[in-house]
Write a protein that binds this ligand. Sequence first.
Ligand code: NDP
Length: 328
Amino acid sequence: MTRAIQICQHGGPEELQLVDMPVGAPGPGEVRIRHHAIGLNFIDVYHRTGLYPLKMPAGIGMEAAGVIEAVGEGVTHLRPGDRAAYASNPPGSYCEARVMPAMNVCRLPDAIDFETGAAMMLKGLTAQYLLLKTRPVEGLQPGDHVLFHAAAGGVGLIACQWARALGLQLIATAGSAEKCQLALDNGAAHAINYRSEDFAARVKEITEGRGVKVVYDSVGKDTWDKSLDCLRPLGLMASFGNASGPVPPFAPGILGAKGSLYVTRQTLFSHITSRASTQAMADALFDVVASGQVKIHIAQRYPLEQVQQAHRDLEARKTTGSTILTLA
Ligand code: NDP
């Protein structure tokens, strides 16, 4: 048996209920993992509210780290006793133990502890594919400006540090002076409080009128229009989230009018579609974390039983960096 968080219908944090459920043996291509720590992500909110609908009853959570207890037929990259971490579908990581597909589960290097592993897989792989694989048509060179919204959050603080390591001039936005300072402390070249300043005007000032080559936008509805104004001609709008709500439909003509812009809507799970692609990306992430180029800031910890409060705080913009759910 395992304690797990389940929802029986979409709704508010009160729908997150602690239940006991059996954990079986892994089938072909699956592993059973016992978690030591669980990562909290904003996508868990979308799953809970139904913005990304789930079949009920549903587990929640896509990130965790722990120890492999058993492997199913055909799983060759993991053995019982291995330390492991993952960002994976289907949702269901808010639990002590689970059976799940092995494809996205990776061995965790000894240099990385369980909490760090749980706090960095979904967020770190996302920062990685955004900065390294989601590139404008004219390429990105050291010294280029990019704009990264919600830069003091989980994905954001990793992106600030990774961008610095790549030599990019990352312009951060965040929702308070403290959050802006945090982004600067973690490698952002500039920071804008987008709740009190016109971020498009400030980006134009910082870039001396030129604009940035890429906007990485996970805020969605509230930042979309002005983000397009921050781009230079042929720039790339990389949308990857909807913390403020989904981006409304728009007419493509606007992209021509604003400088032949490119738009993409990215999701991590298009980048980790095989064991090989997952491992290659995980190895690159493990390298930057183990070498200290990217530090994972775990700024909040909640026991699994307090997951409702964790969701409330995340949605109320009270968190910074990564948040983990702990297990007794
Ligand atoms: P964060 O820790 O970044 O939390 C979300 C942040 O968004 C808040 O802290 C807040 O920062 C900002 N925000 C702006 N407007 C709102 C609003 N109306 N309500 C709530 N928050 C708001 O979360 P994560 O690191 O888990 O994820 C960051 C984003 O990246 C999310 O949108 C997530 O869905 C997306 N994502 C997308 C992936 C993909 O592959 N497509 C994969 C992983 C994450 P502030 O106060 O500074 O504005």
